[in-house]
Design a protein around this ligand. Structure first.
Ligand code: ZN
Length: 274
């Protein structure tokens, strides 16, 4: 049975600023080690509980953050961009369950480190079938379309609360308590490593014994609405075939299923940046 560990960086241990997650900034290199340690802790917990096959899908920036030379030898790494399923690459290849490590809250959240939805510079808000969503709801719903439950989310207290709204019964690890977008009280890696390993173990064990959270249900067709930051972005994203322009900054489109909705959202946000 294969476990996918989908990885973002804003929710990693110690991260509170863009400089710490921007490949062009000097601080970034330090935080790659901390991110990889969070991922390894999750792998260790899953292995102890009985998973043997683990794929890590690096989803931050250009998907080249996790240090493969420090990655646990039991795992494989999806790295590089673009891949067909981006932040949840491999979900289409028969994984049984997923962990989300280093995740962050949706755009507009209060007291949430680096809150955003897919693109901080382009997306003001996004909705899935009328429900305001962030990347936990979005990527979790792609997993749900493949019958894959999300068992664990790690990040700050805001993404943990958001995850519990979407996925009742999952395990969460709060590695930092945010008091602003760029400020948090952070636990040190020796502590977060233990907390992540223990939560991963509990989550994997419950799943492997037939318990744990259900996949997020997704009704079809899927309606995606995106409110961009500027009307110029609306002009560009509105070029997506089938997109309706709701107002200057907002488009909406219908997709037959969640994988197609995910493609459409990525395409629309890509156009908005052109
Ligand atoms: Zn990210």
């Amino acid at each position: 049975m294969k476990l996918m560990i989908a990885v973002d960086m804003e929710g990693a241990t110690g991260v509170v600023s863009w400089e710490q997650v921007d490949p062009k900034a000097a601080e970034y290199q330090r935080f790659r080690h901390l991110l990889t340690a969070d991922v390894n802790a999750a792998i260790e917990g899953a292995l102890e509980a009985g998973f043997q096959d683990i794929v890590v899908s690096d989803g931050h920036w250009n998907s080249g953050n996790v240090l493969i030379e420090e990655l646990h030898p039991a795992a494989q790494l999806n790295t590089g961009t673009p891949s067909p399923f981006s932040m949840v690459q491999s979900v289409q290849e028969g994984v049984a369950a997923a962990f989300f490590v280093g995740y962050h809250a949706r755009a507009g959240s209060k007291h949430a480190v680096l809150d955003h939805t897919w693109s901080a510079s382009r997306v003001a808000n996004a909705w899935l079938n009328g429900r305001l969503m962030g990347e936990t709801g979005l990527n979790g719903s792609v997993c749900g379309a493949f019958g894959v439950p999300v068992l664990l989310v790690t990040g700050d207290q805001s993404v943990a609360a958001e995850a519990h709204e979407w996925i009742p019964g999952l395990e969460t690890v709060v590695v930092k308590t945010a008091c602003g977008r760029n400020a948090a009280c952070c636990l040190p890696p020796v502590v977060t490593g233990r907390l992540i390993r223990e939560a991963a173990h509990r989550a994997a064990k419950a799943f492997l014994s037939g318990n744990g959270p259900k996949p997020i249900p997704v009704t079809r067709p899927v309606i995606i609405r995106i409110e961009f930051v500027t009307s110029q972005m609306g002009d560009m994203a509105g070029l997506l075939p089938g997109a309706k322009r709701l107002d200057g900054r907002t488009i909406e489109f219908e997709a037959p299923d969640m994988p197609a909705a995910y493609q459409g959202l990525r395409a629309a946000i890509g156009l908005a940046g052109a």
